[in-house]
Design a protein around this ligand. Structure first.
Ligand SMILES: Nc1ncnc2c1ncn2[C@@H]1O[C@H](COP(=O)(O)OP(=O)(O)OP(=O)(O)O)[C@@H](O)[C@H]1O
Length: 219
């Protein structure tokens, strides 16, 4: 589904953060992306989300050469990729429901066509009773779940999550992990960037380990 071949990335004139990265993410797969702080996990997720272009190498996303995807095509292709950002990126003036429904509203869909689905999704992530409040009153864990719901609202083929358990207690971290596993069982590929060893030890999943710009894969 996604393929990287000898990908390199540097910011501006800085050093190469990622060097000769090659891997594949198969359809319906589940993997952790890990490595010490500052090794480039977020950078790699941004390459997958196509918010960054590689400085060298080849990226193929859903069979398309990344370098040939135009600005105009990008939003359509990106609908297949859900991204949970480390800082959530919820809009303060919208309720939880409105934040989650936003990608569909932006697309011009009529609310009657998605209302029930969004409510179902909010219940699935455990926010059934927090739909009509604003982000300011949500706890860190609730914001995290709202961000996950928003990333899933367009039923992407792959979900990317950047440190999704970074700000939550171990109990909630386990619940979130169960959500990701259930999502994966339903057919969505999942990539979780984390340095939480305890979290990774709970699942027998592929580990993509970044270290000093290189990637090692442990299946
Ligand atoms: N926009 C940017 N411009 C310049 N350098 C950047 C930029 N974003 C990240 N970097 C640098 O790239 C390196 C990798 O950063 P990145 O955020 O991808 O690492 P990370 O593994 O996700 O870190 P963490 O686990 O702390 O979130 C760091 O040295 C960082 O300072």
């Amino acid at each position: 589904m996604i393929r990287f071949e000898n990908v390199g990335l540097r910011y501006g004139m800085g050093p190469e953060i990622l060097r000769d990265i090659s891997f594949r993410i198969p359809e319906r797969s589940f993997q952790f992306l890990t490595g010490p702080s500052g090794t480039g996990k977020t950078t790699l997720l941004r390459l997958l989300f196509m918010s960054l272009k590689p400085t060298r190498g080849l990226i193929t996303i859903f069979g398309k050469d990344r370098s040939r995807i135009t600005r105009e095509e990008l939003p359509l292709i990106r609908r297949n990729i859900g991204m949970v950002f480390q800082d959530f990126r919820l809009l303060d003036h919208l309720t939880t429901y409105e934040n989650v429904a936003l990608p569909l509203r932006v697309r011009g869909r009529d609310e009657s066509t998605y209302r029930n689905d969004v409510i179902e999704l909010l219940k699935w992530v455990g926010l059934g009773d927090r739909m009509h409040v604003y982000p300011q009153v949500l706890s860190g864990g609730e914001k995290q779940r709202a961000a996950i719901a928003r990333a899933l609202v367009e039923q992407p083929r792959i979900l990317l999550a950047d440190e999704p358990t970074g700000n939550v207690d171990p109990l909630l971290a386990r619940r979130l992990l169960r959500l990701f596993i259930e999502l994966n069982r339903m057919g969505t590929a999942v990539v979780i960037a984390t340095h939480d060893l305890g979290l990774m030890d709970q699942v027998d999943a592929r580990r993509m380990v970044l270290s000093e710009g290189r990637l090692e894969i442990y299946d």
